[in-house]
Design a protein around this ligand. Sequence first.
Ligand code: SF4
Ligand code: SF4
Length: 290
Amino acid sequence: MIPDPAAEDVVARGVVAKILPFSAVDGPGNRAVVFLQGCDFDCRYCHNPETRAACIHCGECVPACPARALSIAPGPGLVSWDPARCTGCGACVAACRHDSSPKARLMEPAEVLSALSRYRPFLSGITVTGGECGLQPEFLEALLRESRAAGLPGLVDTNGSADYAALPGLVEAAEGFMLDVKAWDEAEHRALTGVSNSAVIASLRFLLSVGKLSEVRTVVAPGLLDAEETVGGVSAIVAASGRAVRYKLIRFRPQGVRAAWRDIPTPDDATMASLAAIARGAGLRDVVVV
Ligand code: SF4
Ligand code: SF4
């Protein structure tokens, strides 16, 4: 059954889109990645659009499944996913017109950690991402605490929309935060994501002030964003804080994005090098281009 995150009995449970047992690119070391379902941004270049919205149980994905892993449960008519039958082909996600997935599950932190138990000897931590994981703060804090107690510190990969200053328990439970700053200009950010960047900039300042910002990231998408302004703005604030924070500049790549945005070009080496030079010129020592 597809979970209802608004139900009263889900205080310590969260809607999990998927769990990736290994990643070497989502923080230091070898980390498991937990994707939470739901996001408050609608980025034009989103690489996980199926994690944006809650399933509305329309049933359109059910006939698209070649493995018969999807069905409509009798009674309330909710779409049901059978992980034992699923081959991971992705046809259901491709068929969904609502930026969702029939495979999102309501899970307790202990269930997430149990799913990772066989990989535990090879893991140095977890990274919680999305969607936007900050939209489920109670579950996120509980997961970070249980994971840390199990010897797996947790990083939070966030779009910065949550008011982290009002979530001290969550901030304490996290090993650190990786924050996306997508656009410095307010109008540009609205055009890209549909919302203001004021909360993002506030998160940048707050997480720096409490020493919990591990990494800032900006996706470079020529023709869509003024990356020079964004890199300059972020670098000035990070440099002024005196904190040692990695700034990762990420080339836009079309894999996984919606069809309408697959023609955005991938930036060349010279573009990325000039942006890295802006960050280093502002005083940042740890600037990475990927
Ligand atoms: S995952 Fe998408 S297509 Fe499938 S039932 Fe949910 S909203 Fe409909
Ligand atoms: S990924 Fe989706 S469509 Fe493919 S087998 Fe699994 S449930 Fe069916």
